[in-house]
Design a binder for this molecule. Structure first.
Ligand code: F6R
Length: 617
């Protein structure tokens, strides 16, 4: 989705810092980029279709003067094709106001007609140009006060936005606003900045103010004054972010995705180990979790909702809960929940899982639950995100910033958090004894060293052999059962996202009910056949695939020669208890999709059409 970076400093040139920040947002997916400054009472804009490098080349030849204030944007097309004229920043027809904007102005067509009738001319197909003209049309009425003009424009606008605006009259202040689209303000030394995501500003500051829905703010080099929708000043505490700029960089890896896959053992340690309470065979969460034993005993079920990869975590959240706490769990796609019949919430706790904490469908589901009187526990990786701030209860994963569009370590962190949650509920409800709790904690602690073998030379070689099979096909199937059905779905999603090879994840028992028709020598199957209740059944499924000449890539426990002899390629994983197998088995599947996509020359970190944080429905 679109990215915003803007800064206003005392003097000097903020352009390089703003462009650098914009590059850290490349992972969100975009099709054009642009930047604007105000110099000598005039707005100057450069914007180009394509990567930021194209914009930089343009700036190299056709430079902008040094400027202590700049607005920059990466656009992911919503209104109008990816063309230079549709790229942000956008100005009004008299060049008085310049705006960068994320989100969608739903009533832009009506506003555009009204403005056209009043003589405004348009050069793009975007809703943002309409907004710039609307603000400019109100500027005079507000005696040149940009903040007042923005506030009064926003009263006429329906939809979602995060925006930064400047006027040609004033080169040392900018105005920002947000509604249903994320925006953070950074407080630096002699500089104030804003961006749609914290990593974009880590090179400038680690002190942030988060805007709430409906708020606007005026930023000058030494101040940020926030206002509520009624124009009342709001005071807000600064939050310090402990992510380092290095964490948001590649650190010598060719791709963020590879770096993030390899960080997973640390994610396990960071998300779990400080929370393990060995003396009690239990887990201790931070105060923001806010659910004591009594509360956890009151819920008759937990309902998990999320989108995409986080939805696959939700499927496992239910399984962990039912296994460890013997409490029923439901799983719903957040976007589907919104349009389901409005039943009474009853005594369920809803768990919304979102890496970014900004996914529009998941946030809407949260608010819908809350409006029906239900309580929400948010599981999320980004402190200060909307989910973190609006959920009734919070459990953070500690994965560090995830930059690769295809989620890997965030998924791993979510599974870890869901394992801990199920254990906590099981202990609170006394269906798990202290000894059983201790055993589950010990399993988790012993997992970390076992993960090392997944990053060995032998493991890499096995991934390459498996990639030889998948890199040449158009379509394939991933099969798993029980705890590994969601992992089959996740393996398939990873492959299709970054290699564009069609892949479906199925519970293996379904194979005979339809997908088996697809199997022949050109249609391989990835089968997860690690030890557990359904191991023999998975072996039979592999035999069935082979009987139809289908090639098999198996995920099997170290030393399992039975499966290895049946498969054309085997990804060996360490032996772990069945309930931990998802955390182990997902890793070679991530590595496999990475290897295939890389071999096919695909853009691994920024796959086509995808965005890191899907902030529109
Ligand atoms: C897939 C992927 C997406 C996200 C989904 C939800 O690799 O990253 O499917 O999982 O868009 O995002 P969050 O977790 O931020 O709510």
């Amino acid at each position: 989705m679109c990215g915003i970076v803007a800064a206003v400093g005392v003097d000097g040139n903020v352009l390089p810092a703003v462009i650098h920040g914009l590059k850290t947002l490349e992972y969100r997916g975009y099709d054009s980029a642009g930047v604007a400054i105000v110099s000598d009472g005039a707005i100057q804009v450069r914007r180009r279709t394509g990567k930021i490098a194209v914009l930089e080349e343009d700036l190299g030849q056709n430079g902008l003067p040094a400027s202590p204030m700049a607005l920059a944007h990466t656009r992911w097309a919503t209104h109008g094709a990816p063309e230079d004229r549709n790229a942000h920043p956008h100005r009004d027809h008299l060049d008085k106001v310049v705006i960068v904007h994320n989100g969608i102005i739903e009533n832009y067509a009506e506003l555009r007609t009204d403005l056209q009738d009043a003589g405004h001319e348009f050069t793009s197909d975007t809703d943002t140009e309409v907004l710039a003209n609307l603000v400019a049309s109100l500027l005079e009425e507000h005696e040149g006060d940009l903040h007042a003009a923005i506030q009064s424009s926003l009263q006429r606008v329906h939809g979602a936005y995060a925006l930064v605006a400047a006027s040609s009259e004033c080169a040392n202040s900018i105005v920002v606003a947000r509604h249903d689209s994320p925006l953070v303000v950074g407080i630096g030394e002699e500089l104030t900045c804003a961006a749609s995501d914290m990593p974009a500003l880590l090179g400038l500051t680690r002190d942030f103010l988060v805007l709430e829905n409906g708020e606007t703010a005026v930023l000058t080099p030494h101040s940020c004054q926030i206002f509520d929708p009624n124009n009342q000043p709001v005071s807000r505490d600064i939050q310090h972010c402990d992510w380092t700029p290095e964490q948001a960089e590649k650190g010598g890896y060719p791709h963020f995705m590879l770096k993030e896959i390899e960080e997973q053992p640390d994610v396990l340690a960071r998300t779990a180990f400080d929370r393990l309470h060995d003396a009690e065979g239990d887990v201790v969460f931070e105060s923001e979790f806010g659910l004591e034993d009594q509360a956890l005993c009151r819920f008759s079920r937990l309902r998990f909702m999320a989108m995409g990869t986080s939805f696959h975590s939700a499927l496992l959240g239910k399984q962990f809960l039912e296994e460890f706490a013997q409490l029923p769990g439901d799983v719903l796609n957040a976007s589907e929940f919104l349009y389901s019949p409005k039943l009474k919430e009853g005594d369920a706790l809803t768990v919304i899982i979102s890496q970014s904490g900004e996914t529009a469908d998941s946030l809407r589901a949260m608010r819908e639950v809350q409006s029906r009187g239900g309580k929400v526990l948010g599981i999320c990786n980004v402190r200060g995100s909307t989910l973190d701030r609006e959920a009734d209860h919070v459990l953070l994963t500690h994965c560090g910033p995830e930059v690769g569009v295809a989620s890997t370590k965030a998924f791993f962190g979510q599974l870890t958090a869901l394992y801990l949650l199920a254990l906590r509920v099981g202990r609170a409800r006394k269906v798990l004894s202290k000894e059983q709790g201790l055993a589950l904690l010990s399993d988790l602690r012993h997992l970390r060293p076992k993960l090392d073998s997944l990053f060995s030379d032998e493991a890499e070689e096995a991934v390459r052999t498996a990639a030889d099979i998948l890199a040449t096909v158009d379509s394939c199937l991933f099969l798993g059962r029980g705890f590994n059905h969601p992992i089959a779905m996740e393996g398939a999603l990873k492959l299709k996202e970054i290699s564009y090879i069609h892949a479906e994840g199925y519970p293996a028992g379904e194979m005979k009910h339809g997908p088996i028709a697809l199997i022949d020598e050109s249609f391989p199957v990835v089968a997860i056949a690690t030890p557990g209740k359904t191991y023999e059944k998975m072996v039979s499924n592999i035999e069935e695939v082979r009987a139809r000449s289908g090639k098999v890539v198996a995920v099997a426990a170290e030393g399992d020669q039975k499966v290895a002899q049946l498969a054309d390629a085997t990804l060996f994983v360490p032996k772990v208890p069945e309930h931990l197998s998802p955390l182990v088995n997902v890793i070679p599947l991530q590595q496999l999709s990475y290897e295939v996509a890389n071999r096919l020359g695909k853009d691994v970190d920024q796959p086509r059409n995808l965005a890191k944080s899907v902030t529109v429905e």
